[in-house]
Design a binder for this molecule. Structure first.
Ligand code: NI
Length: 173
């Protein structure tokens, strides 16, 4: 397992659409294991493949609390097939947009179809934090970031800040 570099705003790859996984094989499982190691190292509770620069429809999630045993889950080709009308609100952040947090409303419950790391299909209903994390991560596969739900003014301020930081880092190399 290797810890990969996390792609940060304003890298344009974050706005790209990820491609479906065609085969669940050892190469894909190795990629998932790298993503899990990268997520724990960050630390974060979810990571999409695009966040390490790989445009494939693959996510890893682990919402276990610090004192609980780790339980990483792999979602391949995840798709939201139903969402509740009822909304819930969580303060969201993103490993690609460090130190930015804001309250986002999303459907409180979702039903998600996906393949697990053995390629076995599932259809599962999620609520609470897991529903929010899965929606946030599936958005990544479609080039959508949580800041896209904020006002244009707020989003513009965040993007400008990260663009400036990236420019300064390039100049300091
Ligand atoms: Ni994110």
């Amino acid at each position: 397992m290797a810890i990969r570099k996390i792609v940060k705003l304003p890298d344009p790859i974050l706005k790209k659409i990820s491609q479906p996984v065609e085969r669940v094989d050892d190469e894909l499982r190795d990629l998932a294991d790298d993503m899990i190691a990268t997520m724990y190292d960050a630390p974060g509770i979810g990571l999409a493949a695009v966040q390490i620069g790989v445009l494939r429809r693959l996510l890893v999630v682990d919402i276990a609390k610090e004192e609980e045993p780790r339980s990483p889950q792999v979602f391949i080709n995840p798709e939201i097939i139903w969402s509740s009308e009822e909304l819930s609100e969580y303060e969201e952040g993103c490993l690609s947009i460090p130190e930015v947090f804001d309250n986002i409303q999303r459907p409180a419950e979702v039903r998600v179809s996906y393949l697990d790391r053995d390629g076995k299909p599932h259809e599962t209903r999620y609520d609470g934090l897991m529903a929010t994390v899965l929606q946030h991560e599936i958005d990544h596969l479609n080039g959508i970031l949580f800041i896209d739900y904020l006002s244009r003014l707020k989003r513009g301020t965040i993007v400008r800040k990260f663009t400036k930081q990236a420019r300064q880092q390039r100049e300091n190399v």
